[in-house]
Design a protein around this ligand. Structure first.
Ligand code: MN
Length: 162
């Protein structure tokens, strides 16, 4: 029969294993939340956004396929200005929690897996919620011209009730 003291080193081994497992679990959770299909791309430097957003241009429109496709990552609190797309836009929500609002309607909450079809020439904005980032794929028709950028989304509009 072993003395209790001989088990002490073993107890330390188990303690370290437990700590290591905890670290692995935390790392896996972090990796999962960052494990996006598309890289977040380049920081957007134009003034069409309030806050910090990132763009990965995935597909350029051309004469045969006139949709531009891009992945946009909005940091919490970030949103576009009001704007309108002459040929509309489809938003595929990849991650996080965001907002979408058309002029004259309440904003809606958009979550991972949601799809929003935004009609041609309807002023709207989209972005992240206050506390959570939002990642979207935007498919934007370019056959009828460029996006028309409008006024800034005020804090009152941004924080408005869904
Ligand atoms: Mn849009």
């Amino acid at each position: 029969m072993k003395k209790l003291v001989e088990y002490i080193p073993l107890a330390f081994v188990f303690m370290f294993m437990a700590c290591d497992n905890k670290a692995k679990t935390e790392n896996a959770a972090t990796a999962e939340s960052d494990n996006m299909i598309f890289a977040k791309g380049e920081k957007i430097t134009n003034d069409n956004f309030t806050g910090t957003a990132w763009l990965n241009s995935l597909v350029q429109a051309d004469s045969i396929n006139q949709n531009a496709v891009g992945s946009v990552t909005f940091e919490p609190g970030t949103r576009t200005k009001w704007h309108a797309h002459p040929a509309g836009q489809i938003i595929l929500a990849l991650d996080g929690v965001g907002y979408y609002q058309e002029k004259g309607s309440p904003k809606i909450i958009v979550k991972k897996g949601d799809v929003v079809k935004c009609p041609a020439n309807i002023p709207h904005w989209h972005g992240a919620s206050e506390d959570t980032k939002f990642v979207q794929i935007a498919i934007t028709g370019r056959e009828k011209g460029e996006t028309a950028w409008l006024e800034t989304v005020t804090d009152e509009e941004y924080h408005g009730k869904p």
